[in-house]
Write a protein that binds this ligand. Structure first.
Ligand code: ATP
Ligand code: MG
Length: 557
C-alpha cells in the first residue's frame, strides 16, 4: 500500500460518512443515492463546489450515484444560460451525474401529491394576503392561529385548488397550505405554504403552469421521487426538516432523509448568487467568469485547476458550524498543484536592455528544462544572444549590502545561460537607465560550468531579438476586508481598487505564442499564469492565477 493510500484510509470519517456507513451496515439501503440541487439562477461558486465534492464524493466512495437536479421551481429568476454553465462547471470539476433531472418535470406529480393531501384533510386553500398570513403565524414564543379559510371542506378545497391551477386567480390571491400545527414551537410547521400563484413564463414548462410549488413542497418530494437516500443541504434548512419528514410520512412516499452541514464561506469574497449577480450587473467585474469572481467559471479562467479546487474542498471538510475559510488556503492548494504541473517560462515584465559586449556567437541555442518537478515534461530550446532584456527591478546602481542581483561590478547568472558581470550603466539625458553593458564568462554555461565563479543571484531574461510581447493581467483579491457582506457599509464599497493591474509590453519567450488555455505556466520568479480564454491573437493576454508566495501573509494584511 502506498503511503498516500495509507494516509487516506487513516483519515477519520466525517459525520456524513459515519451516517452512510452506519446505514449501509444496518442494511437500510443497498447503495446510496445523493443529489446536487442547484437553482439555475446564477453561476456556481466555491460554496457550491464544496457541496458538489461532498455529494459526488459520497456516492463515489460508497457506491451509488448522484443526480444533478435543477431546482427550477421559481420561474422568474431562472435561465437556460445558467443550466448550461452549471453542467459545464460540474464536468470541469471532474464529476459525472447519474441523471440530469428537473424539479419542473415533477410539476404534475407534485400537483397530484397536493390533491392527495387535500383529500386527507391535510391541506387547504387560504385567501389571506401574505401580511395576514405572517401576522396569524404568531412568534417563536407565542402560538399562531388559524383563520376561517382553514375551515373549508375537502370538496371546496379541491375545487379552489383546481381553479388556481386553471388560472382563475391573480398572483397572490390564494395559496395552498399544509394543515400541520399552528402552535408548533417550530415556526416552519405552522401551516407552511405549499403552492403559490405566479403567472410567469417558465424556462422549461413555458406557460403550462400558473401555480408553482414552494421549496418545502418540491425539494423533499423530488428527493423521494428519485429515491435519494441522503439529501444533504446547508444548516439553514434544519427547521425545514420537520416539514420534510411530515410531508413524506403523510404522502406515504419513499423515505428520503435530510442531513445538514454548515455553509462554507471564503474570506475576502462574497458567496451569494444574488450578490455576485449584482457585481456583474453593476459592472464591477466583466462577467460571471471574470477571473476575480469566486465562481467556478472565474477560477477556471483565472487558471485554477479542478484538482486544486477539489483538494481545497477536501481540506476544509464538512462540519456543523459555519466557518470562514481563509482565501490563502485556496491559493495554497493552487500553488501545490501548479508547482507540480506548470511549465516554466521566462517573461520580463518591465524590460531594461543588457548588451553583452564580449559575446560574438550567433544562433546559440540553450537547453532549458520545462519543469524541474516533472522530468517527463522534457526540455525546450531557447535562443541566446548579444542583446537581452532583464527585469528593470533586477538592477540597482547603488545596491545595499547583500543585494545579489545585478549592480555595477557585480555578477549574476542568467537562467539556463551564463554568468555575466555589469561593467557600465548607460543613461539618457534625463538620467534614466537605458542600457547595461556587461561581459559574460564563456566557461560558465549552465550545465557545463567550469568557471569556478560563485554567484548568489539568478535572473530570468529574454532575447532582445527573439521574443513576443504579451499583456499580463495581475489579479488580486476582489475585496479588501475579510467578510464584505457583514460590514457596516454595502459590500460593494469594499472592492479592492487594485484587484486588477494590467501590465502591457511584457516580453516573453516565443514559445508562449503557442500556449492554449489548457496549459499552466510558471513565469520564473513571477507566479503562475494561464492564457486568457478570450485571447486569440497577439499581443496574447495571460492571467495571473497566483503569486509564487503568499504576499498578503507577509504584508500582515
Ligand atoms: P446562494 O445563496 O448563493 O444563492 P443557494 O443555496 O441558494 O446559494 P442553490 O443553487 O440553491 O444555491 O444551492 C445548491 C446547493 O449548493 C444546495 O444544496 C446548497 O445548500 C449548496 N450550497 C450553496 N452555497 C453553499 C455554501 N456556501 N457552502 C456549502 N454549500 C452551499
Ligand atoms: Mg437556494
Amino acid at each position: 500500500m502506498s503511503a498516500d493510500k495509507h494516509l487516506e484510509e487513516e483519515k477519520s470519517l466525517n459525520f456524513l460518512e459515519e451516517i452512510v456507513e452506519q446505514d449501509l451496515a444496518e442494511g437500510k439501503y443497498k447503495s446510496i443515492m445523493t443529489r446536487f440541487p442547484p437553482e439555475p439562477n446564477g453561476y456556481l461558486h466555491i460554496g457550491h463546489a464544496s457541496s458538489i465534492c461532498l455529494n459526488f464524493g459520497l456516492s463515489e466512495k460508497y457506491g451509488g450515484g448522484t443526480n444533478l437536479r435543477f431546482d427550477d421551481t421559481n420561474p422568474i429568476t431562472e435561465d437556460t444560460e445558467y443550466v448550461d454553465s452549471i453542467k459545464a462547471d460540474i464536468k470541469w470539476l471532474g464529476f459525472d451525474w447519474a441523471n440530469e433531472l428537473y424539479a419542473s418535470d415533477y410539476f404534475e406529480t407534485l400537483y397530484e401529491y397536493a390533491v392527495k393531501l387535500i383529500k386527507k384533510g391535510l391541506a387547504y386553500v387560504d385567501d389571506s394576503s401574505s401580511e395576514e398570513i405572517a401576522a396569524q403565524k404568531g412568534t417563536p414564543t407565542q402560538p399562531g392561529h388559524r383563520n376561517q379559510f382553514a375551515e373549508r371542506s375537502v370538496e371546496e378545497n379541491l375545487e379552489l385548488f383546481a381553479d388556481m391551477k386553471a388560472g382563475k386567480y391573480k398572483d397572490g390571491e390564494k395559496v395552498l397550505r399544509a394543515r400541520i400545527d399552528m402552535a408548533s414551537p417550530n415556526m416552519q410547521m405552522r401551516d407552511p405554504l405549499l403552492y403559490r400563484i405566479k403567472h410567469a413564463h417558465h424556462h422549461r414548462t413555458g406557460d403550462a403552469w400558473c401555480i408553482y410549488p414552494m421549496y418545502d413542497f418540491a425539494h423533499g418530494q423530488s428527493d423521494s421521487i428519485e429515491h435519494i437516500t441522503h439529501s444533504i443541504c446547508t444548516m439553514e434548512f434544519v427547521p425545514h426538516r420537520e416539514v420534510y419528514n411530515w410531508l413524506i410520512e403523510k404522502l406515504e412516499i419513499f423515505p428520503s432523509r435530510q442531513y445538514e452541514f454548515a455553509r462554507r464561506n471564503l474570506s475576502h469574497t462574497v458567496t451569494s448568487k444574488r450578490k455576485l449577480l449584482q457585481l456583474v450587473n453593476e459592472k464591477y467585474v466583466s462577467g460571471w467568469d471574470d477571473p476575480r469572481m469566486p465562481t467556478i467559471a472565474g477560477y477556471r479562467r483565472r487558471g485554477y485547476t479542478p484538482e486544486s479546487i477539489r483538494d481545497f474542498c477536501d481540506r476544509i471538510g464538512v462540519g456543523k458550524r459555519d466557518n470562514m475559510v481563509d482565501l490563502g488556503l485556496l491559493e495554497f492548494c493552487a500553488r501545490e498543484h501548479l508547482n507540480k504541473i506548470a511549465l516554466r517560462r521566462m517573461v520580463v515584465f518591465d524590460p531594461v536592455k543588457v548588451v553583452i559586449t564580449n559575446y560574438e556567437q550567433e544562433g546559440e541555442m540553450l537547453t532549458a528544462e520545462n519543469n524541474p518537478e516533472n522530468a517527463e515534461d522534457g526540455n525546450r530550446s531557447i535562443s541566446f544572444g548579444r542583446e537581452l532584456y532583464i527585469e528593470r527591478e533586477d538592477f540597482m546602481e547603488n545596491p545595499p549590502k547583500k543585494y545579489f542581483r545585478l549592480a555595477p561590478g557585480q555578477k549574476v547568472r542568467l537562467k539556463h545561460a551564463y554568468i555575466i558581470q555589469c561593467d557600465e550603466v548607460v543613461k539618457d539625458e534625463a538620467g534614466n537607465i537605458t542600457q547595461l553593458n556587461c561581459t559574460y564568462f564563456p566557461d560558465s554555461k549552465s550545465g557545463a560550468d567550469t568557471s569556478g565563479i560563485h554567484v548568489k543571484g539568478t535572473l530570468h531574461w529574454v532575447n532582445a531579438n527573439d521574443h513576443i510581447a504579451i499583456q499580463i493581467n495581475e489579479y488580486d483579491r476582489l475585496f479588501t476586508v475579510e467578510d464584505p457582506a457583514n460590514e457596516s457599509s454595502e459590500f460593494q464599497s469594499y472592492i479592492n481598487p487594485q484587484s486588477l493591474r494590467i501590465v502591457e509590453g511584457a516580453l516573453a519567450e516565443p514559445s508562449l505564442a503557442e500556449a492554449t488555455t489548457d496549459n499552466r505556466f510558471q513565469f520564473l520568479r513571477k507566479g503562475y499564469f494561464v492564457l486568457d480564454k478570450d485571447s486569440k491573437k497577439p499581443p496574447f493576454i495571460f492571467n495571473r492565477t497566483v503569486t509564487l508566495k503568499d504576499s498578503w501573509a507577509k504584508a500582515g494584511k
